[in-house]
Design a protein around this ligand. Structure first.
Ligand code: NDP
Ligand code: 2IT
Length: 451
């Protein structure tokens, strides 16, 4: 039995249904870091793994609010403060009906290692609620955000824990959350990132995750001796913050993104996605992608119901590089086989853990350049940290300065990950490289800080 198998056995008992995604994230890390644990027994002596997989604390609270028909609504709110060895707790808030403690533990755990990879002084956290912003009026979203922050403000602070956005939480929600925080604490401070620019948000924070994923991919392709993305067909899933800005950056560098998707269906526009239309539909009107083909009847809309249950339409479309940017486990073994068969050479995870373990194994065994989420989508949280720096210094950085720093950060992460993989005998495996490099940084800090 390998060292990784032994470690995994220890955690198997607590593996309930809700914790499945958390367990999936943890298992990948444990297998990756086996060579590190074998190379130095200080990690075992200090019980780093046992300590790292248990959150420092989890807050769970009731959120009561009044809808537009004056009905009382009740949701559950959470904040998982996972690890602050490297800096204050940092990570997004997700508002989606599927949110539960297990999903937030998976996201918080990934966030620890992702934040470590940025090289910036930030720990890992995640939070959110089972509230569904879809179909709610602005006023209802505001009332929910106020009620959520009435409780959350007790646990956060600019030097304690700094939330940001994630699925269902963008500038609108962050604005309402900030307003309530200000009201209940009487203080005006950088307690949230992803704020609108007019009250302390960083330029380029909205673009950062998508742009960063493309910067990472360009560096990875260059290091692996592959052709660049220029002139190449790319497929992107999702139609939210990360997907829209990945598409935008791909277009800027001369690639041709031909797809996007939401929870109801996929758009395939072989001439290249109309980004202005997409932004109008998703950011302003907040409607289904089905509307896209009313303006562009030559594009194809494939509803989820018309595609076989074991796969997703986006990954059936031939491409040079794929960018899953929607949600966890959206790309499975069936999809991976489709991508590989159709000649895809590169997969970059814009979303958190969008590929199932089977898909990841298939990519690695077929020598696909595979950029795992905790490295490839770290641009969002990196620019969040830049926002914290600007707020603390009462400064404003220009768009170009943020962009330059984001690009450098993504290049450095990519190189560190590739180098670590090489050092531990798994050259070209960015999954192991990212897990080992991130874990080592946090673990060494935990050891230095004592128990
Ligand atoms: P958004 O809420 O802006 O967009 C999410 C998109 O994904 C929407 O198009 C949504 O479709 C789609 N989606 C959500 N759930 C599903 C599903 N079950 N099946 C198919 N499509 C789905 O979120 P973000 O773009 O911010 O986040 C996307 C991913 O990126 C998440 O995994 C998030 O954790 C990760 N991420 C986000 C960062 C950020 O800075 N925002 C930073 C790093 C990672 P619909 O509108 O129909 O629900
Ligand atoms: O998953 C992520 O990295 C985010 N949702 C962004 C976190 C942040 O604090 O900016």
């Amino acid at each position: 039995m390998s060292i990784a198998d032994i470690e995994i056995k220890k955690f198997e008992n607590g593996n309930c249904e809700e914790d499945k995604v958390f367990y999936q994230a943890m298992e990948e890390v444990i297998y990756s870091i086996a060579p590190l644990l074998e190379s130095d027994d200080k990690y075992k002596k200090n019980a780093i793994l046992e300590r790292l997989v248990v959150p420092d604390r989890i807050f769970k609270f009731k959120v009561t609010w009044l809808d537009d028909d004056n009905n009382i609504q009740v949701n559950t709110g959470y904040r998982v403060q996972f690890n602050n060895a490297l800096g204050p707790y940092k990570g997004g808030l997700r508002f989606h009906p599927s949110v539960n403690e297990g999903i937030l533990k998976f996201l918080g755990f990934e966030q620890i290692l992702k934040n470590a990879l940025t090289g910036l002084p930030i720990g890992g956290a995640k939070g959110g609620s089972d509230f569904d912003p879809k179909g709610k009026s602005d006023f209802e979203v505001m009332k929910f955000c106020s009620a959520f922050m009435t409780e959350l403000h007790k646990y956060i602070g600019p030097r304690v824990d700094i939330p940001a956005g994630d699925i269902g939480v963008g500038a609108r929600e962050i604005g309402y959350l900030f307003g309530e925080y200000k009201k209940v604490t009487s203080s005006y401070e950088g307690v949230l990132t992803g704020k609108p620019f007019m009250f302390g948000g960083s330029l380029m924070r909205p673009e950062a995750t998508g742009y960063g994923a493309v910067y990472f991919t360009e560096t990875m392709l260059d290091m692996e001796g592959k052709e660049s993305l220029e002139g190449k067909i790319c497929t992107v899933s999702g139609a939210g913050n990360v997907a829209l800005h990945a598409i935008e950056k791909l277009q800027q560098i001369g690639a041709i993104p031909v797809t996007c998707s939401d929870s109801k269906g996929t758009i395939h526009d072989s001439r290249g996605v109309d980004l202005d239309l997409l932004k109008e539909l998703k950011l302003e009107k907040r409607v289904s992608l089905e509307e896209y083909v009313k303006v562009h009847p030559e594009a194809r809309y494939i509803p989820v119901s018309e595609y076989p249950e074991d796969g997703h339409a986006v990954w059936d479309i031939p491409c040079y590089a794929a960018f899953p940017c929607a949600t966890q486990n959206e790309l499975n073994g069936f999809d991976a086989q489709n991508l590989i068969a159709n000649g895809c050479i590169s997969v970059t995870e814009g979303a958190n853990m969008p590929s199932t373990p089977k898909a990841v194994n298939d990519f690695l065994s077929h020598k696909i350049c595979f950029a795992p989420a905790k490295a490839a989508n770290a641009g969002g949280v990196a620019v969040s940290e830049f926002e914290m720096s600007q707020n603390a210094a009462m400064a404003r950085w220009s768009f170009d300065k943020v962009d330059e720093r984001l690009k450098t950060t993504m290049q450095q992460i990519c190189k560190r990950v590739a180098l670590t993989a090489k050092d531990y005998g798994v050259e070209g495996n960015y999954v192991d490289g990212a897990n080992i490099a991130g874990f080592k940084k946090v673990a060494d800090a935990m050891i230095a800080e004592g128990i």
